[in-house]
Design a binder for this molecule. Structure first.
Ligand SMILES: CC(C)(COP(=O)(O)OP(=O)(O)OC[C@H]1O[C@@H](n2cnc3c(N)ncnc32)[C@H](O)[C@@H]1OP(=O)(O)O)[C@@H](O)C(=O)NCCC(=O)NCCS
Length: 166
């Protein structure tokens, strides 16, 4: 059998830690993604939490997202807390024009790997009961529904609590 050319699949997205300089772009995605978007101060508070906070941004792999203060190109972000041995995902969104091309998968995969590397053994999150895309994404990663938090969101919708062993 002859060896064919090496098939290396280039990741479509680069993931790096989120910083305050990213927040203008993050807020645009946040407002386009949620009926009750987080405010800038909420993102700032997450970033100020030190070690406990694990927040990441995704860029198309062709963008550097670094240097000269140029953060153009952020297409998604994930905000989470690492508390003891548990990762809690607090926010995840991808720009509407960039969805269904794997950015959330890359963000989630990166966060789960980083958390496991730091000793996390469990990951948990809440998703709107009606949020089929998010629930499908998490199920794809092996998350299962472990409960319902009734009336969890401002508009009265229930949250499905999902969890996964790392
Ligand atoms: C949920 C969200 C983050 C997914 O981001 P994304 O980059 O489009 O997701 P990916 O391309 O990585 O998709 C990963 C998997 O999620 C599932 N998924 C994503 N969007 C979906 C949709 N519209 N319908 C059904 N399944 C979907 C699929 O299983 C998909 O895998 P596949 O493309 O191989 O079928 C994005 O839709 C979003 O930002 N929504 C608004 C904010 C939000 O609801 N955040 C989640 C809060 S819990």
């Amino acid at each position: 059998m002859t060896a064919g050319p090496m098939q290396s699949v280039k990741p479509r997205y680069t993931i790096r830690p989120l910083s305050r300089d990213d927040l203008d772009e993050v807020l645009l995605i946040e407002m386009a993604s949620f009926s009750h978007p987080w405010l800038r101060e909420m993102f700032e508070a997450e970033l100020d939490m030190g070690e406990m906070s694990m927040c990441f941004a995704a860029f198309p792999a062709s963008e550097t997202g670094r240097g000269g203060g140029n953060n153009a190109g952020i297409c998604g972000y994930l905000m989470s807390w690492l508390v003891a041995d548990e990762l809690h995902i607090n926010n995840l969104a991808v720009a509407p024009g960039q969805r269904r091309s794997g950015a959330a998968k890359e963000l989630l995969s990166h966060a789960l790997k980083e958390a496991a590397r730091k000793g996390a053994v469990w990951c948990q999150l809440e998703a709107r009961a009606s949020n089929a895309p998010a629930r499908r994404l998490y199920e794809k990663f092996g998350f299962v529904g472990i409960g319902i938090r009734g009336n969890y969101y401002q508009d009265g919708e229930d949250a499905v609590v999902m969890g996964k062993t790392l």
